[in-house]
Design a protein. Structure first.
Length: 143
């Protein structure tokens, strides 16, 4: 769910004035999105490259010190531990971000326990969010 973490948080961040507050909001936004029932992509390298590209688009469009960019960074950074070998549960290690524990990640909806937000739905929300950011943030218009 890294692409929605990037795009949705960038959109939310564009409503902030201070980059630090936006980054903290990005961490909170990451936790909220992790709670939602969702499908995750198993192609971590491709997803990582897409996120770097998206962060580059947001940073170069809104500014590298803009709240939109830093909210997106706050939304992405917790998932770095998802690819670190020393936080890999398969090797008996634990993850530290609260919503990365199995009991808090991708929760089930009581009346629809099999429902997961699909990759297509995630892509649509991400595209709309990114478009909103790019329409709102123009060079010189954002901080
Ligand atoms: Zn996460």
């Amino acid at each position: 769910m890294l692409v929605p973490h990037t795009c949705l948080n960038a959109a939310v961040g564009s409503a902030f004035k201070k980059p630090l507050a936006a980054a903290v909001a990005g961490l909170a936004g990451h936790a909220l999105l992790d709670l939602l029932p969702h499908k995750d992509i198993s192609a971590h390298k491709a997803e990582g490259m897409a996120v770097l590209l998206l962060l580059g688009i947001v940073g170069s469009s809104c500014g590298w010190s803009s709240p939109a960019f830093w909210c997106a960074m706050g939304g992405v950074l917790p998932d770095v531990e998802q690819v670190l070998p020393w936080t890999d549960p398969k090797q008996g290690r634990r993850r530290y971000f609260p919503t990365h524990s199995p009991g808090l990640h991708s929760l089930q909806i009581p009346r629809a326990p099999r429902y997961r937000i699909s990759l297509l739905e995630q892509t649509i929300v991400s595209g709309v969010s990114l478009a909103a950011v790019l329409l709102r943030c123009r060079p010189g218009k954002c901080r």
